[in-house]
Design a protein around this ligand. Sequence first.
Ligand code: PA5
Length: 448
Amino acid sequence: MKHLQIDLSGATGSIPSDYFGRLQEIAKQSIDKLHEGKGAGNSFLGWLRLPSSVVEGELEEIETVAATLREQCEIVIVIGIGGSYLGARAVIEAISNSFDCMLAERKHPQIIYAGHNISEDYLLELVEFLKDKAFGLINISKSGTTTEPAIAFRILKKLLEEQAGKAVARNRIVAITDARRGALRNLADYEDYKSFVIPDNVGGRFSVLTPVGLLPIALAGVNIHELMNGARYMEKKSGRTVSLAENLAAQYAIARNYLYASGHKIEILANFHPKLHYLAEWWKQLYGESEGKENKGIFPAAVDLTTDLHSMGQWIQEGERSIFETVISVSAPNKRIAIPKDKDDFDGLNYLAGKRVDAVNKMAQLGTKLAHIDGGVPVIEISIPELTPYYVGELIYFFQKACGISGYMLGVNPFDQPGVEAYKKNMFALLNKPGFEAESEAIKARLQ
Ligand code: PA5
């Protein structure tokens, strides 16, 4: 069976061997710190052994709840923000049909996301869309107090109760939150909602392999057993006793830190498949929130190719040389379509007649890689054999493990996010939230 591969030849070819040896040493120390739980943020290391520690019974319970929602709902709104929604969306979009929401023969409810913004238009349009529809809600928040999902849930819960009645609504709401603390836990217990627990030792951006990701993913008809199997494989293959030569996550972490130290401050995650757009969004959060602190950290950006070659391609090719690129390559597409021959050939495409579209995509990918390397952009290539739940599971664990190693190599705590509180404090002060009186006074004085 084939597995995820990494090709660093376009990125680290010139790395001096003594420097490389030093980076390897730091990587080893980082892996030890992770596995011994001796580094910063060590109370959030539950994700390390999640794939192997989750038992089939837990997955079956998730599938049972997904089946109940499927029976009752034509639409399910997944409410959450950041780590409480990006992982689910990344996997669902990577695996689902691109036109899933328009397919008449869909076997699962349509999934819509909410609570990841505070747009009044978005919420009102959603409320209007849901009128007279049988819908359910999966409300996800570890803290249970995040403003964006709390507002969305309050509005949608009211709508659901008005449309279906309180008893039916209760059966169509699932809460995923902390075991004991937080407003959502209290509400779930009070209303007697079906609920799942987000383990204490798993932070939001590392939670896709908990019910946070698994329930919406199962609901969308994706095989969560296969997803976990792929993640389990990668857990084993990046374990503590695996040599650095075999440990692909460590190699990626070393390459990133080398490139960062040599002035490449921006990493662009590139894909050649629109289904991977949200995987890149998930990756941006994972690396951005984990590493961007203490005035350090690679800025994680993303492009969808070839789409963005017609916009950002110019910048990547000839802009400031502070970037490197990490390409996610999918070796074989799941579907086949060839370019037809045309008798008039007005578009001059007959030279491609009979070729599969993916063959053209692959040449675009290779041509882009060579052009970017020639333009002074180091290119890392991560390949998976196919877009299946198994390989997406490998990819998820690979990126998580590399993130933990890379963050420790950089010398930061990859498992906290103190910076995300700053906007909240100002917003609460501006909204006169109880408990923020002093901040309210201060911000009003500042704005006068
Ligand atoms: O990674 C994180 O910790 C954050 O992105 C959180 O997931 C996000 O802020 C949502 O938090 P919560 O799940 O507490 O609502």
